[in-house]
Write a protein that binds this ligand. Sequence first.
Ligand code: GLN
Length: 538
Amino acid sequence: MTTATKYIFVTGGVTSSLGKGIIAASLAKLLQAQGYRATIQKLDPYINVDPGTLNPYEHGECYVTDDGAETDLDLGHYERFLNTPTSQSNNVTTGRIYQSVIEKERRGEFLGKTVQVIPHITDEIKHRIQILGKSGNYDIVITEIGGTVGDIESLPYVEAVRQLKWELGEDNALVIHLTLIPYLSAAGELKTKPTQHSVKTLMESGVQADVLVCRTEYDLPADIRRKLALFCNVREEAVIQSIDASTIYDVPNLMLEEKLDKVVLKRLGLNSAEPDLTVWNQFLTRHKNPKGEVTIGLIGKYVELQDSYKSILEAFIHAGAENEVKVNVKSIHSEFLTVDNAAESLANLDGVLVAPGFGERGIEGKIEAVKYVREHNIPFFGICLGMQMAVIEYSRNVLGLTGANSTEMDENTPHPVINLMESQKTVTDKGGTMRLGAWDCNIKEGTTAFDVYQSSAIKERHRHRYEFNNAYKEQLENSGLSATGFNPETGLVEIVELPNHNWFVGVQYHPEYKSTVKNPHPLFVAFVKAALKYKTGK
Ligand code: GLN
């Protein structure tokens, strides 16, 4: 193996939402499965410094890394596919690029020069692209450029790719262009013209695509592949079809059939071998051949948008495969859940997950849901805000603390059982200021959490400002809600449980971020198992 890091850029054409992240993750998986150390980076052309301040309606879930970066949800796919952690360096936005260039300018580092998009912004982009490569930890860095070529805001990125390709040389960098081959049913034909145009748009910026990955609903016949190769200046073997798949987890195998890995490795002057996908395929077999099914209610306020709870939905797929059951996730809008319709919405479920979230909208519905499942012994899993809702519900309905609430929802509550963290009280900026990333948690022995993790020391990822108010801990514990996990430094309650319930666990952290194909998260696995037991009585 050569020592220089190789760079693969993934651009998109024709439309957005073609799944650049899944193609990048699938290619990385194939490279990793033949011994290469591969990582993936996402460059986002928007001006937010990170997606942490974005509403999930705008941009889907905000994914959080171990080092506390609030990132694009594609990083979740990278981790789920590769089972290796990502970090702040794996996600860069235009806002972050400009922020650091402007900070340098204020420090006088440009020595009186006029600061311009080219070279200063493009240099910063090139620097960010190469941080991972220069760390010495990777043989191959795949950089996904967000947006679609031709967008005004993508231009500096495409220019940075052009320069880097030139500087690094033919053998060290290549461009994969992901595009769409639409099928016109009236004509009964697959159409290549949009792809020809988007490849040309890329060429206008001086970038020649080396590989075309073509999203299509139908198999691409040889003549279409030949035509694409001829008109787009790529080798015929480098025209790769990416046919619609029933699950994203099929894509690595589909790319293997199309030899995407071999085409890429050959072009970069690297050896290829048969990828070892044993564990991956075992997962796929279990995922596709369930022996039963369970239905879990997902109570949230962004339920109409699949991307808002991406990591939770994927964690259920991993946990379902592990338990060899299909997990049907039924989305239930918390805003419309009331005491009058709780039974109708929840009685037939095998488990209920109350989702993370911010702000007041829909929280009374979440509290109703917790009450119903607590009283009816239905397995319950609360994540972050979901855990906080469980504490509020118990305080109100079991301890009789009327009006108990989180100070996030009611600053003047008589019983602030969930309270703003001390460290948050001086915080004014919204971006990047929550309690973020991996923190230690110690688990009490003899608890459900201990049984699940088989360990008393864990590390999980966080994203919150509010916490369990320890002033109410004794009262809550005396009446049956146990605090079973704590941060060792601050005593912050990380896990609550009801020991006398089928399965009732609330966690202040986000276990969904750490669930991968190779390592399904033990809490999701245990929750699905409990749901199955509840359903079948076994
Ligand atoms: N809004 C709550 C807090 O900030 C919960 C956050 C979340 O669910 N991620 O503490």
